[in-house]
Design a protein around this ligand. Structure first.
Ligand SMILES: [Zn+2]
Length: 418
């Protein structure tokens, strides 16, 4: 539900991203933003739908007001933007916040056009438009978690920012984000219950993307994940490496205090998401990989593990990854379950992911065999999309070759370490 197709700044060709996705069993991706260009994104979605490229099915959502003409100042411009996107083949809107009157008009037009929406409520606008505001206007899914603690404030209306806070300094942005959930209404309070109740009534979808912030609570683990050496392109590794100009590479001086704050953030956030699910709320699986040491495909499997950590039963995790995703896309008639009349999308493997979600990782799971030797088991064998059978292990072998080729070109054997 949150899959960007990489791009020039990461040095990640679409083929690389698609093969990582299919190789980890992903058959459908919502592209929230189409940052490589609206027309390119729509063209990729059409080529995938026609099965002329090796790629998951793509739902193209355009980013509202992002690098588009001049800033919108009148509601009518938002309505025009939505109509133009629809005419170009876009099926939904991704937004980060905007001037409230303009943004509200966009939601009204989306509704009229039968289009869906996703919002990352960026801190720049969240004091005047939080998750409840946009949900009331018709937002269909919230991304990540920003805007939710703000909707839950009961002893303040603005986050406790330090005076020198600068959103464009990502050490500030992500460091203070890690201190945000502690400022929200506590679990079980009247405010907490009221927010859950209203979001449920609005049939709202939460797409948490727990995985993309995982490095913030355990940087060493994220940097040394099993898959990096063989599957992460050196150009993407460069992009992840601490750098003031790269989005998500904010580990300038990231230490114990930041990680501990983020662990507390996760505990509160996960509890909310699990409560929402238990009351009947729709929670989906997104990843946002390509940033912050999270790799395409692998990040999605990690998201399944994080939903499990939040309290989901493995069956609830699988439902979030399948049927709930299809519902959030408005595609449950065609996708999301194995039923007559739907697309033949299946994942085939030799292990049981309900017993251990790790067997879904392309790198598999480590197990000591009866022979006394340590083996790698699992990994998806076949990913079937629209009835077409892809050899998942072959796709991942292609990715390993792409990585090895780039290393050879750079005359390096391993990813550079500081
Ligand atoms: Zn994103």
């Amino acid at each position: 539900m949150h899959g960007h197709i990489g791009g020039a700044e990461q040095g990640t060709p679409a083929e690389y991203v698609y093969k990582l996705w299919l190789g980890n069993g992903i058959t459908t991706v919502r592209e929230p933003g189409c940052m490589n260009g609206v027309d390119w994104c729509v063209s990729e979605a059409r080529r995938s739908a026609a099965n002329t490229i090796t790629a998951p099915r793509i739902f193209a959502y355009a980013a509202f007001g992002f690098k588009e003409r001049t800033p919108m100042t009148r509601p009518e411009q938002a309505r025009e933007w939505v109509r133009e996107m629809k005419a170009r083949g876009i099926v939904g809107m991704k937004c980060f916040g905007y001037r409230p009157d303009v943004l509200e008009a966009a939601f009204a037009e989306l509704k009229k056009q039968g289009m869906r929406s996703a919002c990352h409520h960026a801190q720049l606008d969240v004091a005047r438009v939080n998750v409840l505001t946009t949900a009331r206007w018709g937002l269909t899914s919230m991304e990540h978690w920003y805007g939710l603690p703000e909707a839950l404030f009961d002893d303040r209306t603005v986050q406790d920012y330090p005076p020198a806070y600068n959103y464009n300094n990502e050490a500030d942005r992500f460091g203070q984000a890690g201190r945000l959930w502690a400022q929200a209404a506590t679990r079980g309070s009247d405010k907490y219950e009221a927010v859950i109740g209203e979001l449920l009534k609005l049939d709202f979808t939460i797409d948490p993307t727990f995985t993309i912030y995982n490095a913030a609570r355990d940087l060493m683990r994220a940097r040394r994940a099993d898959w990096h050496e063989e599957y992460t392109l050196p150009s993407l590794w460069d992009f992840y490496t601490p750098n003031r100009d790269h989005h998500g590479s904010f580990f300038f001086d990231w230490g114990t205090e930041d990680e501990v704050a983020w662990r507390g953030n996760y505990a509160r956030w996960m509890a909310f998401v699990n409560d929402y699910k238990n009351r009947g709320g729709r929670v989906t699986v997104g990843s946002d990989s390509g940033f912050i040491y999270q790799l395409y495909g692998f990040g999605t499997i990690q998201e399944l593990e994080l939903l499990r950590e939040a309290g989901f039963h493995p069956l609830e995790v699988i439902r979030s990854a399948t049927l709930y995703g299809a519902q959030a896309l408005g595609e449950e008639q065609r996708l999301g379950s194995i039923e007559p009349g739907k697309f033949a999308d299946l994942v085939v493997l030799k292990e049981n992911p309900l017993a251990n979600l790790k067997v879904l990782y392309g790198t598999g799971h480590i197990r000591l065999g009866d022979d006394g030797k340590v083996h790698r088991v699992g990994g998806v064998e076949y990913t079937i999309k629209d009835g077409i059978v892809f050899d998942a292990k072959q796709l991942l072998a292609d990715v390993r070759r792409m990585v090895a080729d780039e290393k050879a070109k750079r005359h390096i054997e391993r990813l550079p370490q500081p």
